[in-house]
Write a protein that binds this ligand. Structure first.
Ligand SMILES: [Zn+2]
Length: 395
């Protein structure tokens, strides 16, 4: 029996024993030294991966393996445990979130003939994050996965993209974000083999367990990952439409309705109007800023939770025709939203906030990782003040 016969359940049993015994006792009991590299990160704890794999071997080989009987490196233990959905890393102090961001920031995506980055992998990930956000099953059969990712590539891919979902799925599997649990050795993600292999095997597949669990449990991680993919790969796409399309249009606490008798009826129209105006993209940006105003730093707390507004820098619709993209949005408090919309406040290209009435600086626009403001929209906003001013002088 070999390590490759391990399954997730017997690895979890070894982890449970490790928890009960404690690290020192567990390692001593089975003759292992403390690992210097390669740890399993599971439920916020780290475990010596070689010892866990060796002890888990008892479930398939009848007895635990001794440390000297096998190698504990990335190619052996790391691969086997990774294929079983565990996060295995060379550092014990790294968080699953940091590992996920490192991977998402380093996706190996090709470029089209005009230099744009191909969107197959980002679309596949956004689709899977949407399923996770809605608590849908992690693994799906190939006829579902293939059809849905193809449709997304057709809708949101580059013009010359072929809707071949085989490549991003295999690429993400080899990159450690995706898994095909019934197939330990899927083909490489290039050339023609993927097409026939997928057709023949019809694999079930999905995000690796640690990725899925993280995206389900941590809304901020989900939002930051989605925002990074949107701004990096979809600068000219209706990002709100894409978020809605993949089901990333709802915050976890959104089902919570405010207590009905807390608001006198005559005040409701305002609340309702704001909720209707609040789309998926604006909710994502506000969550990234933790509902903190980018101009004054205020975070309003209402009985039903924090409150901020998503403000388009270049307004949507005629005559401005701004885009619904993250780079065209600010997270503002209601006061600064009004001041900004009326151009009493403008922001220069260095993100210095200026009070138009006094000419004084109000400091630097606050920014967070994952949300980059596009200066072309700030320039449009500054110029629209000049246009407005000129028009009012003529009146
Ligand atoms: Zn403010």
């Amino acid at each position: 029996m070999a390590l490759s016969d391990l399954n997730r359940e017997i690895v979890l049993q070894a982890i449970e024993e490790y928890d009960q015994a404690g690290r020192d006792t567990f390692l001593e009991r089975y003759g292992y030294r403390e690992a210097r590299d390669y740890f399993i990160i599971h439920n916020g704890r780290h475990y010596d991966s070689k010892a866990i794999a060796g002890v888990a071997h008892r479930g398939v080989g009848g007895r635990p393996l001794r440390a000297a009987e096998f190698s504990g490196g990335a190619a052996t233990v790391g691969k086997v445990l990774g294929d079983l959905g565990f996060l295995v890393t060379p550092r014990r102090d790294v968080s699953p979130a940091r590992t996920l961001f490192d991977k998402i920031e380093n996706l190996d995506t090709a470029r089209s003939s005009n230099g744009q980055r191909k969107r197959h992998q980002p679309l596949t990930l956004l689709w899977a994050f949407g399923r996770a956000a809605r608590r849908q099953g992690r693994l799906t059969p190939w006829d579902v996965t293939g059809a849905e990712i193809s449709a997304l590539i057709n809708e949101f891919g580059l013009e010359d993209d072929r809707p071949n979902p085989e490549y991003p799925v295999l690429k993400l599997a080899h990159f450690g974000l995706w898994t095909l649990p019934d197939h330990r050795e899927p083909p490489p993600s290039s050339g023609s083999p993927p097409l026939s292999w997928m057709r023949r095997n019809q694999p079930i597949s999905g995000l690796r367990e640690w990725v899925y669990d993280l995206v389900v449990q941590d809304e901020t991680v989900r939002f930051q990952a989605a925002a990074y993919l949107l701004s990096t790969y979809f600068p000219d796409v209706d990002q709100n439409a894409l978020l809605t399309r993949v089901g990333l249009n709802q915050a976890d606490d959104e089902e919570l309705t405010p207590p009905q008798d807390a608001h006198p009826p005559e005040r409701r129209p305002t609340t309702v109007r704001r909720i209707i105006r609040d789309n998926a993209l604006s909710r994502l940006i506000k969550a990234l800023h933790d509902h903190t105003c980018q101009i004054c730093g205020i975070r309003l707390l209402l009985p039903q939770g924090p409150y901020a507004e998503g403000a388009h820098i270049r307004p949507l619709g005629s005559p401005h025709d701004g885009h619904d993209v993250a780079g065209n949005l600010l997270c503002l408090c209601p006061n600064d939203h009004v001041l900004f919309d009326q151009s009493a406040i403008v922001v220069d290209d260095d993100l210095v906030v200026l009070d138009r009435l006094t000419g004084e600086s109000k400091g630097i626009l606050r920014t967070v990782t994952g949300h980059e403001v596009d200066t072309q929209y700030l320039a449009y906003h500054r110029n629209s003040y000049l246009r407005m001013n000129a028009a009012s002088k003529q009146v």
